[in-house]
Design a protein around this ligand. Structure first.
Ligand SMILES: [Zn+2]
Length: 221
């Protein structure tokens, strides 16, 4: 199954294919899906109303790139846009470009919180990518592989604070982290910071999805 078909199956009308509808000037190099090892998360760092067409135009005209640097984009309402074929090596994370898929959240998350809809889309997208590749991938923020604030403090915290266990982590360590984050969630609710509490909850849901996926793969051998 090709990746766009997999996206359509998972997201229905919540996924749009913009691959042939954005400004380009030449072609990115191609790769096999076998070489994909990780997902790098970005934010656009501009107002969330900026269209993917405008982002593409900036990457082509401002940066002199062959096309938009990201492979996938997630809007505030959770709509997923397929921006550039995953079998192309695009410019989004410097030396991490060759083996990664660039997923970009529309908006600036230094101070704003990501919406529940976009975190839900993101969680499902990671599952779809892993199902498509037939293996797990590492998920990192742009700041983990480059000198940048991207994807913003709030988005980074929402996605990576209750992080997935690393190889070698004891299961009890994971349980301990989940317990701590649930308590943090309660503290945020009590401090009337519902947006932050909700973001923590959704990242825990994303973590649960990924743990379930990993457990199922182990059961299936
Ligand atoms: Zn970035």
């Amino acid at each position: 199954m090709d990746f766009w078909t997999a996206l359509k199956d998972a997201f229905g009308s919540q996924a749009v294919d913009l691959r042939d509808r954005l400004l380009t000037d030449g072609d990115y190099g191609r790769r096999s899906a076998d070489s994909i090892r990780r997902i790098v998360v970005h934010h656009t760092a501009v107002d969330a109303s900026r269209t993917w067409a405008a982002v593409a135009a900036y990457h082509v005209n401002g940066n002199n790139w062959p096309g938009i640097g990201y492979h996938l984009g997630i809007a505030r309402d959770g709509v997923l846009s397929y921006l550039g074929d995953i079998e192309t090596v695009r410019y989004h994370a410097g030396r991490a470009n060759a083996d990664s898929i660039g997923v970009c959240f529309a908006g600036n998350y230094m101070n704003d919180e990501p919406t529940a809809a976009m975190l839900a889309t993101y969680a499902r997208l990671v599952s779809v990518i892993e199902a498509h590749l037939g293996r797990q991938v590492t998920v990192v923020g742009h700041r983990d592989v480059g000198a940048t604030a991207c994807p913003g403090d709030r988005l980074y915290a929402a996605l990576f604070s209750p992080r997935e266990p690393l190889p070698g982590d004891e299961p009890s360590a994971t349980a301990e982290k989940v317990r701590w984050w649930l308590e943090e969630c309660t503290r945020q609710f009590e401090a009337d910071n519902a947006e932050r509490a909700r973001a923590i909850l959704y990242s825990l849901i994303a973590l649960a999805y990924r743990l379930e996926q990993g457990g199922r793969e182990k059961e299936e051998g």
